[in-house]
Ligand binder design. Structure first.
Ligand SMILES: [Ca+2]
Ligand SMILES: [Ca+2]
Length: 145
């Protein structure tokens, strides 16, 4: 599973979403999920992977004849790795799963169930968001505070 996570981490920036007008994503409906706030399956007050798995039929039941589901084709997960913050953008371990969201087995089960419904799962990776601020901008920002 660690290799899969690493592959996903490294491959998403190179998928070329913007460059290929014939890509599958052009005909897909994406649904972005902040795991922490989506659905809490065990009542601890924090959304989790088992919660998302429990609601997959609402997102796409894999039955074109029904219209009670949203009919999405892809889930874009906000950061899911261990992090000291609630939002997870300051990742401490790119190989792990935030324990608030469940276990690696819970995540694997979610992936399997999503794939069984034809849903692609994308992981938001902070590693793709590296910003370089000129020193002057940083100094000016500090001066505002
Ligand atoms: Ca929970
Ligand atoms: Ca359906």
């Amino acid at each position: 599973m660690r290799k899969l996570l690493l592959f996903l981490c490294l491959s998403v920036p190179f998928l070329g979403f913007a460059q290929d007008p014939t890509g599958w994503w052009n005909e897909s409906v994406f649904y972005e999920i902040f795991v922490r706030s989506f659905y809490d399956s065990d009542g601890d007050g924090v959304g989790d992977f088992n919660g998302i798995t429990a609601k997959l039929d609402y997102l796409n039941d894999n039955n074109p004849a029904t219209t009670s589901d949203l009919g999405i084709n892809a889930i874009w997960l906000m950061p899911i790795h261990p992090s000291p913050s609630y939002h997870g953008y300051d990742v401490t371990d790119y190989y792990g799963i935030n324990p608030d969201y469940g276990t690696m087995a819970d995540f694997q089960n979610f992936l399997t169930e999503a794939h069984n419904r034809g849903i692609v799962v994308l992981l938001f990776q902070i590693i793709t968001m590296v910003y370089f601020f000129p020193t002057q901008v940083v100094i000016q920002l500090k001066g505002i505070q």
